[in-house]
Design a protein. Structure first.
Length: 94
């Protein structure tokens, strides 16, 4: 009989990880606003459902060639997904 020890590490958030999670969350929000299922979008852009789910969850990067397909499918500019705060209206001081 073998015994295995599993260690859990607390990894501090890095800029790249935070960026990946933000991009994934933005992508997921845009997809959900259009009422599209993960499996339907994945099929339309030519990737697996699990790969798209991992991108949305921030576990995988969104490569540029997939970004192009995603933007065509969602009919949004690339900046809408990769730029923080794009499309948000600034509150004007009254």
């Amino acid at each position: 009989m073998h015994t295995f020890t599993i260690l859990f590490y607390s990894v501090p958030m890095t800029g790249k990880l935070e960026e990946r999670e933000r991009v994934g969350a933005t992508l997921k929000t845009l997809r959900e606003l259009r009422g599209v299922k993960v499996s339907d979008m994945a099929l339309a852009i030519g990737i697996s459902r699990s790969y798209l789910a991992n991108i949305e969850a921030g576990r995988k990067n969104l490569p540029p060639h997939i970004l192009v397909r995603v933007c065509r499918f969602l009919n949004v500019p690339q900046i809408a997904i990769v730029s923080p705060g794009y499309g948000r209206k600034e509150k004007s001081a009254a």
